[in-house]
Design a protein around this ligand. Structure first.
Ligand code: SIN
Ligand code: CO
Length: 385
């Protein structure tokens, strides 16, 4: 991606300028970010997705019963009878991870790859009837809100008071004080940094796409890494038995020996003090597919032939659900890791960054690298073009 070229989707800023001036700092409204924007699916298709157990969806209804505004939430799958009439106002359906099942949604998400893949999360699509929305709230992550169809009024405010109401199942700000409002039409986009108060209200029927990000929490990341370390303890530090030839006779038998405390501390420290192991475990963790993801192989039997160096005459591409990352020493794909060196390292990095390899590029792969790619095609992680 050209990171220094001005982009219409960033209001004429280059990705470099956008990251410097706005990312994680302040909102940006981009009128006409996407010219002639075409929704990636119809209303009927969105509701069909919401019927599936494999997809995370929520139905949120605004209830104007008492003096205080209130909301009801139903988690998916959302089947026919759960869905209010389209003629009824003030409800919304939200479907997450549409990029995992819809090619055009995946391509739209890819336009944001000037931000590292390890941070990019998913594309959520919401449909709302007139006045529908999820109420005034803040998100913990950055978000790009793309208006896909119809219009939505966004009210936003930079406020310190982020206290939440305690009487609703949704996270609703107790004291929302909007400072600005923007009416978004199809193709417009609003970027909001984390913890920025906002509320989107549908003006007539509308659909909004949210490009969401993930930011690991330090405690959750540490727990995940420690779990992975725990699974490999024996390979990492062996299984040395505690020995105490210098143990003296004791008059206080209940007291834990200091040498045993030291032995335990050393054992623990050794499991986490190797940067190469730590980097591998982190990459495996970050490239782990989400829970409900499963892959379907499109492979036909691999026939090796001496005249044909590889079986992919048109090249290969990563499946839209595949997460492929790398660091200095490793290549990670869907939670697994390999050490790659030399021209295989270059090739694997190219596949991870560009998500596709041409036939000629595959022609340069070593036999080992090609074997891996064939295995990935068998697993449905990679597809022949
Ligand atoms: C929506 O699409 O209604 C919600 C998006 C958001 O506020 O983050
Ligand atoms: Co939000």
């Amino acid at each position: 991606m050209q990171i220094n070229q001005p982009l219409p989707m960033l209001a004429g800023l280059s990705p470099t300028e956008f990251m410097e001036k706005y990312w994680h700092k302040k909102p940006l409204l981009i009128k006409g970010a996407f010219k002639d924007f075409k929704p990636v699916l119809t209303r009927a298709e969105l509701f069909r997705l919401a019927e599936s157990d494999e997809v995370h969806s929520r139905l949120v209804e605004y209830l104007d019963e008492d003096d205080l505004p209130a909301w009801s939430v139903k988690n998916g799958p959302i089947k026919g009878k759960d869905k209010p009439a389209f003629t009824r106002a003030a409800w919304t359906l939200l479907v997450q991870g549409v990029d995992l099942i819809n090619k055009d949604a995946a391509n739209l998400l890819r336009q944001f790859r000037f931000i590292p893949d390890a941070r990019l999360d998913d594309l959520m699509i919401s449909y709302a009837t007139d006045e529908g929305g999820v109420g005034p709230h803040f998100d913990s992550y950055d978000v790009f809100l793309i208006q896909a169809s119809g219009q939505r009024l966004w009210r936003i405010g930079h406020q310190k008071d982020l206290s939440l109401r305690e009487d609703t199942p949704l996270k609703i700000l107790a004291n929302f004080k909007p400072q600005k409002e923007y009416l978004l039409s199809p193709g417009d986009m609003l970027y909001l940094p984390p913890r920025y108060a906002h509320e989107g209200i549908a003006v007539g029927e509308c659909m909004t796409y949210s490009v969401g990000f993930r930011a690991p929490k330090s405690d959750e990341l540490a727990r995940d890494l420690l779990q992975r370390v725990a699974d490999e303890t024996q390979e990492l530090i062996g299984s040395k038995v505690y020995a105490d030839p210098k143990q003296t006779a004791v008059v206080h038998p209940a007291q834990i020996p200091e040498a045993l405390q030291y032995f335990a501390m050393q054992a623990l420290a050794k499991t986490i003090e190797r940067p190469d192991v730590f980097a591998r475990l982190l990459g495996e963790s970050l490239s782990e597919p989400k829970d409900h993801v499963w892959f379907q192989s499109s492979a036909t039997a691999y026939r090796s032939s001496p005249s044909n160096k590889h079986p992919y005459p048109a090249g290969v591409r990563l499946d839209d659900q595949t997460k492929m990352l790398y660091d200095e020493m490793h290549v990670f794909i869907n939670g697994e890791s390999w050490r790659a060196t030399g021209k295989d390292k270059t090739l694997m990095r190219l596949l991870a960054n560009r998500r596709t390899l041409s036939s000629a590029e595959l022609g340069n792969a070593s036999e080992d690298a090609l074997d891996l790619i064939v295995n990935w095609v068998d697993a449905g992680w990679v597809h022949a073009l």
